[in-house]
Design a protein around this ligand. Structure first.
Ligand code: ADP
Length: 586
């Protein structure tokens, strides 16, 4: 029992340790659960919906049903106008009981008032049939032929079928029936429609039929174009979507309405709205009643419903694609910044342990040597000197380390100040190397220096430049194993001053070359791990270089050695007055 609970505790302890030790995994998991998962689900859902919209052509069918509705309304309005005209004419029709002369005069008067009518007629069983046509059109042979044909046909019908026709008329709500037909013209066929109506204020038992034929040219050139344009303008005012176009054309001869037409003539536009271009209408509707034989069609100007649907779906997919990319990009960015933060936190903790170690070792050595000396147990002058030298070099190392840490903390706090003064850099470099000479020799390094003494004075912070050089030289000593060589070169090139520190040590891998200038960064090389260091030196050198308007760069081949070059501008002397303390934020 106890053993099992102990095991459980251990397991949960392990889990807790794993959890707190893997900050990055924890953060990424939280991110994935809280942001990625819902967002991805949303995107997937949208994607799926879009696919089904595309498959079922939802947009297309919505537009089509809208079109059907618009055509129904259009037919109603077109019919309404035709009815209004005929009803206006019916009201002024002559009475069948008037004198023939008067009736003719009245019919001619109607024609003169209504140029949209080609023919008007009045039939009375006992008094015969009167048929009048627009007089000024009678010299057109096609019109004359139409006049003769219609008069003959109507007379025949009325004589034999007036009774049945009237019965039919009286059953209709508006007491009007229509016959549409195609008449011949010079350029082919022309559509006309004729209204037959009974006259108001007459007893239903009277055999009277009146009527009027709409002029084919009027229908084609004014009536339909004007109606279609008005309908489209009305629709446009309603919703400023894609512009529409409408057409009226001869219905298919196979359809009920297409009678009397040669097949070659079917489906040809009779009239169209301004925006109509070639092509088939998206949705069409056969006229019934007034304009039987004609078909009304509608489409978008310059595009098709299918293309619209396609581009709509495409836009949806594109938006989803961009959204997914953004999501992935955002996740990658977050991952990067989290990784950086975690790496920095790790570097910081490494730094603390490195620095404590670095402080403790020289202090212990100094104490041990000082105590030994104090006890006076050392025999021999050279040994004593060696002890003193060790104490000196170790305290120098301590000072350098403490200086680095102090500088670093000033930079971090934004309080680092540089004291720029006219300086003979050649002398500064020579002096710094001199104090270091003993250490260089002690480590068994071959040392070469080449210093151009003709360099004019430059505005620099003496201490900072000396510290940079010490850091670079120190690194060269630390990170060399078999081949111990140190070269320092100071020279002028293209208006700049270059200070080069060369070694033939372990070198730095290419992917680490830019990182080594970051604070706390130490390369992954095992020799680096076994060497004391804080990871601050190069970040300070870079800060100093930038403060001087210069740069520090590295060229390195792993296993062959490295060259660090500190570049300082020469013309600073002109820009900056002497002894100007410049405050540099970190
Ligand atoms: P530290 O030497 O205290 O670790 P630095 O900032 O001076 O910190 O250097 C950062 C890292 O750059 C070092 O840990 C080491 O990996 C690499 N480095 C610096 N100088 C050299 C060099 N001369 N040769 C090889 N590696 C170097």
């Amino acid at each position: 029992m106890e053993a099992r609970s102990g095991e459980r505790r251990r397991r949960s302890d392990r889990l807790r340790r794993f959890w707190s030790g893997n900050k990055r995994i924890r953060l990424m998991l939280t991110l994935a659960l809280a942001v990625m998962l819902p967002a991805a689900a949303l995107i997937y859902l949208n994607f799926y919906q879009l696919k089904s919209l595309k498959r079922e052509k939802v947009l297309e069918s919505a537009i089509h049903s809208d079109f059907h509705q618009m055509l129904a309304i259009a037919e109603k309005q077109i019919n309404h106008k035709a009815y209004a005209t005929t009803e206006g004419v019916r009201d002024v029709f002559p009475s069948p009981d008037a004198e023939k002369e008067d009736k003719l005069l009245k019919l001619d008067w109607i024609l003169s008032k209504h140029p949209e009518l080609a023919h008007v007629f009045l039939f009375e069983a006992d008094r015969g049939f009167l048929f009048r046509s627009q007089p000024q059109r009678m010299n057109d042979p096609y019109f004359l032929e139409e006049h003769q044909r219609l008069e003959k046909t109507f007379r025949g019908w009325f004589t034999f079928e007036a009774k049945t026709m009237l019965e039919g008329l009286h059953k209709r709500k508006r007491r009007t029936s229509w016959i549409g037909e195609w008449g011949k013209r010079a350029d082919g066929y022309a559509y006309m429609t004729t209204a037959f109506f009974s006259l108001p204020r007459l007893s239903q038992s009277r055999m009277v039929i009146a009527g009027a034929t709409f002029d084919a040219e009027y229908l084609k050139e004014s009536f339909f174009p004007q109606m279609l344009d008005a309908l489209i303008a009305y629709k446009l005012g309603e919703d400023g979507g894609n512009p529409l176009a409408m057409v009226v054309y001869a219905g298919d001869p196979d359809d009920a309405g297409g009678y009397g037409l040669t097949p070659g003539h079917a489906n040809k536009p009779l009239a169209a709205s301004a925006g109509w271009t070639e092509g088939k209408p998206e949705v069409s509707r056969n006229f019934a009643d007034v304009f039987e034989g004609l078909t009304l069609g509608i489409k978008f100007q310059g595009t098709s419903v299918e293309a619209l649907g396609r581009s709509w779906v495409q836009r949806g997919f594109l938006a989803l694609g961009v959204l997914s990319l953004l999501l992935v990009g955002g996740l990658a960015l977050t991952y990067r910044s989290v990784s950086r933060e975690v790496a920095l936190a790790r570097l910081k903790s490494d730094f603390v342990s490195n620095v404590s170690h670095e402080l403790r070792t020289p202090l212990a050595l100094i104490r041990l040597y000082a105590e030994t000396l104090e006890l006076g147990r050392i025999k021999g002058q050279t040994k004593v000197e060696e002890y003193y030298r060790t104490i000196r070099t170790e305290s120098e190392r301590l000072t350098a380390l403490i200086n680095n840490i102090l500088d670093f903390s000033r930079i971090e706090a934004g309080r680092k100040e540089y004291d720029f003064r006219q300086t003979d850099v050649a002398e500064l470099v020579r002096n710094t190397l001199d104090t270091y000479r003993a250490q260089i020799d002690e480590h068994g390094f071959t040392f070469e220096q080449s210093i151009d003494s003709s360099i004019p004075p430059v505005q620099v912070d003496r201490e900072a430049i000396a510290r940079s050089l010490v850091n670079l030289v120190n690194n060269a000593l630390k990170y060399s194993d078999t081949e111990k060589f140190l070269g320092v070169k100071l020279y002028r090139a293209d208006g700049v001053l270059k200070l080069e520190v060369v070694d033939r040590g372990i070198g730095i891998a290419r992917n680490e070359q830019s990182k080594i200038f970051e604070k706390f960064y130490r390369a992954g090389n095992p020799l680096v791990h076994n060497t004391k260091g804080s990871g601050l030196g190069l970040s300070l050198v870079r800060h100093i270089a930038h403060a001087h308007g210069g740069e520090v760069e590295v060229e390195s081949t792993p296993g062959k050695g490295s060259t660090f070059t500190l570049t300082l501008p020469l013309d600073r002397a002109i820009q900056q007055p002497a002894s100007d303390a410049v405050r540099m934020a970190g």
